[in-house]
Ligand binder design. Structure first.
Ligand code: DER
Length: 233
């Protein structure tokens, strides 16, 4: 339906614009990236596209394998040509909230390893300020034993509330691919996201934040009318 075709258009446009033979490609996580991997598989069949793929989660790893693409890792390819990934929200300064799918840490590692980082999404991600549309807060991956002091420190210094993300198909907290917990920090108002990220990142026990500041090279968002809005930094 409308939303899925918007995601699909953005994903296919991104693959056709930024992916070419011989590249090492970071593959993000979530639902939009599925369309990008499908397009990569199509191009592998039709034009024998010759790329290697680095996953950002168990989900991405499965996608790569199940679509017949070549799986590799950062050990073999520490520097990537391009990474493609989704986002939960994008603001007017290219700041992203990521981690809605719980994969933010490996996503940020892979995005950082890539020369070019392409974000794909749909019109529901297109905000002027973070928080306009995305109401689940900033995901923060934490070492399980530190979750209470980390949450308390964030709430004391930055306000809002940091909630432990509970799993949906298992009892208890969500456990990430790295064996950690996630706090969803529901913030109030607008912030200087670069300094908020740095502040949170330095709290002992924090593994990574879902704030991707100054990282995206381009953002492609599928619109309701079938067009793809492309914003290049
Ligand atoms: O969790 C993540 O960072 C994912 O990339 C997510 O933000 C994108 O999810 P979607 O493609 O299902 O909207």
């Amino acid at each position: 339906e409308l939303l899925n075709s918007a995601k699909r258009e953005a994903a296919r446009t991104a693959v056709d614009t930024y992916i070419s033979n011989g590249q090492a490609v970071g593959i993000g996580s979530g639902s939009t990236i599925v369309y990008a991997v499908e397009r990569l598989a199509e191009r592998k069949k039709s034009e024998n596209l010759d790329i290697v793929c680095i996953p950002t989660s168990f989900q991405a790893q499965e996608l790569i394998i199940n679509n017949g693409l070549t799986l590799t890792d950062l050990d073999r390819y520490p520097s990537l040509d391009v990474a493609i990934d989704g986002a939960d929200e994008v603001d007017r300064n290219f700041v992203l909230i990521k981690g809605g799918g719980g994969c933010l840490t490996q996503e940020k590692i892979v995005a950082t390893a890539a020369k070019t980082f392409i974000v794909i999404g749909d019109y529901t991600k297109d905000s002027s300020e973070l928080g306009d549309r995305w109401k689940r807060g900033v995901p923060i991956e934490v070492i399980p034993m530190a979750r209470i002091p980390v949450a308390a420190h964030i709430e004391k210094k930055l306000g809002g509330n940091a909630e432990l993300r509970m799993a949906k198909s298992k009892m208890g907290p969500l456990v990430t691919d790295n064996g950690n917990f996630i706090l969803d920090w529901k913030f109030n108002g607008s912030h200087d996201w670069a300094s908020v990220h740095k502040f949170i990142k330095l709290i002992p026990g924090v593994v990574e934040t879902g704030l991707f500041v100054d990282m995206a090279s381009a953002v492609l968002l599928g619109m309701k009318d079938g067009s793809v809005k492309k914003i290049v930094r």
